[in-house]
Unconditional design. Sequence first.
Length: 145
Amino acid sequence: MREIARWDPFREMAELSERLNRFFEERWMRPWSEEGVWSPLVDIEETKDAYILRAELPGMDKKDIKLSLTERTLSLSGERRWERKDESSTLHRSEIFCGKFQRTITFPTEIDPQKATATYEKGILTVELPKSERAKPREIEIEVK
């Protein structure tokens, strides 16, 4: 069933941009992003009332993670720091990404930024983003005459 909605060309451009970003991330599995040195992996789950985002951020301090919300987007940014303990040692392999990152997610329906909650435990950031009341489906009665 198709929904009737007001056409917003900017929303479609944002969705197209997000799809292209996902396509290239999935094809080459590169954790880099243009906005920073690397980009954390995320899972996004949708329930009837909310979106739940989980971001993989092992080894980070809570104070180094920043969240910014609008009615349709979540921006996640921060910096993962790493210092070598012994500069005289030889590093044979370096696969852990460090440095600054920024990731912006656009949601298909409006969220309520004022009701969002975030927790950080065991290297996983979990953000619960309740849907705006306007975005939730409503049932209406049909009068029979």
